[in-house]
Design a binder for this molecule. Sequence first.
Ligand code: FE
Length: 226
Amino acid sequence: MNLKALYKISYGLYIITSRKGDLINGQIANTVFQISNEPATIAVSINKKNLTHEFIKESKLLAVSVLAMDAPLSLIGHFGFKSGREADKFEGINYQLGDSGLPHVTSDTLAYLEARVFQEADAGTHTIFIAEITGAEVLKEGAPLTYAYYQEVKRGSVPKTAPSFVPEPKEKAVLEKYECSICGYVYDPELGDPENGVEPGTPFEALPDSWVCPVCGVDKTAFKLQ
Ligand code: FE
């Protein structure tokens, strides 16, 4: 069995937000899809361990910000690899509050949806929230970020709590690739980190000390030989 077959399923990438009273939170998810048109209904799968899950359970409200193709890894890392239990994830982020008091990220996104949950399905580690859309707006035109583009082109990593996480058996590295011990991002010297000004062919050792993990923001010392 090759679970990489799952990578052939197409997804987008979204910031799912919710609130609990005045507290707001958000996280990255790839599992959003439209179920029906009349009324307009979507399903969103969220890990039960996540703070956003707790907020959606309580408020029955969720919003979806659709990420643009050129959204930086740092934004995805910010919402994907940090917990709202430790920090306010919206500090320093451009967002607006919608009619239901839910935050919509306004930078590097194309559109948002607001929805009210009317059904939940227990899916083991995750809950699938089924929600009727109560508000929606297109913020700008452009191509949405797809999960495949994130993984293959941006070489983004996946937190262990994501539904799409597939544990990979460690194989002997032929090239000197280094892996972030916090988020799992792999620095491949052949590819460099052009988004942050590092040319392809730059060995890990030659990265400046100011270089940080493009996904989660930790410095070089958190990397280990893969
Ligand atoms: Fe990292």
